[in-house]
Ligand binder design. Structure first.
Ligand SMILES: [Fe+2]
Ligand SMILES: [Fe+2]
Length: 298
């Protein structure tokens, strides 16, 4: 039997709304932003200092044996295409450059930092990092192919792609099962994750990711690209780095699905509309993307 409405206004759902807002505030309070890995902080200070020798940047990585092994494995992967394998981080730095070495160190730190979550929750972190690294490679590739009027270089485009979904790992780390349930619900319904996050949590991985990039003092276009990689459209159209990340995120995601062929016309018009990439240039980029897809190392 339905119970009568209480004098506090249950009849209008006010108590429900209050308790939902309270639950969302409680979740928001649980979020703590990670600090930038020490090795990345040190490399960042060095890459901008003209007095620092490039091999000294490699020495920072060399102080950590576990990090050295991971960095060398990635630097020697087919993506970087070294003529001869690097045998030390110093050597890797001189060949691929300090900024790329920083990206690899950042990637290695992130994967290591959140690895323990795989065992605790039904959340595929390998899939998250594979997608992030692939998106990073695509962003860098696209930035190299087109003259973009913006203040960041191809290596920072890689950073944008690498970090665009980092908010998911942070949310999983801070909210645990509550975030894993949101992720699972999005998977089951087929809705976009950020839409479900907004509905349930009232905040999303893009906001959290952008706050992380700000805290880590990455250039403003990096945090903007993370914040708006799922839209709105006006923000994507007005900011080329954001358009690059939005487009590469979709290519990275769609290229792994059987309906990529069906999605291609829409992606081709998105590329033309947001970045004025002609269809034949985009077709060449997609061809390169199919190669890069096989070169992802995490
Ligand atoms: Fe995303
Ligand atoms: Fe993504």
């Amino acid at each position: 039997m339905p119970h009568p409405p209480s004098p506090t206004g249950d009849r209008f759902g006010a108590t429900d709304t209050m308790s939902k807002l309270e639950a969302q505030r409680r979740l928001r309070d649980k979020i703590t932003l990670p600090t930038l890995p020490e090795v990345v902080t040190r490399i960042t200070a060095m890459v901008d200092d003209p007095k620092v020798r490039i091999c000294d940047i490699g020495s920072v990585v060399a102080q950590d044996p576990a990090m050295t092994a991971t960095v060398l494995r990635i630097a020697n992967s087919a993506y970087y295409g070294l003529a001869k394998p690097a045998i030390s981080p110093e050597q890797a730095a001189t060949v691929i450059g300090g900024r790329s070495l920083r990206n690899i160190a950042l990637q290695a730190s992130l994967v290591g930092r959140y690895a323990h979550l795989s065992k605790k929750f039904d959340f595929d972190l390998t899939e998250l990092w594979t997608h992030s690294v692939f998106t990073a490679q695509l962003c860098q590739e696209l930035a190299r192919r087109m003259p973009l009027s913006c203040k960041i270089g191809p290596e920072e485009f890689y950073t944008c792609g690498l970090l665009h979904d980092v908010g998911k790992a942070v949310l999983l780390d801070c909210l645990g099962e509550e975030y894993a349930a949101v992720y699972k619900a999005a998977r089951a319904s087929g809705e976009a994750l950020h839409v479900v996050e907004e509905r349930v949590l009232m905040f999303t991985h893009v906001e959290v990711g952008a706050l992380v990039a700000q805290r880590w003092q990455f250039p403003e276009p990096v945090s903007h690209a993370i914040r708006f990689h799922h839209g709105p459209r006006d923000e994507v159209l007005a900011h080329p780095p954001t358009a690059v990340v939005a487009l590469c995120d979709q290519v990275a995601y769609r290229i792994n699905t059987p309906d990529f062929g069906a999605a291609l016309p829409r992606l081709t018009s998105l590329a033309r509309e947001t970045l004025r990439i002609q269809p034949e240039e985009f077709a060449a980029f997609v061809e390169r993307a199919t190669v890069l897809r096989g070169l992802v190392q995490i």
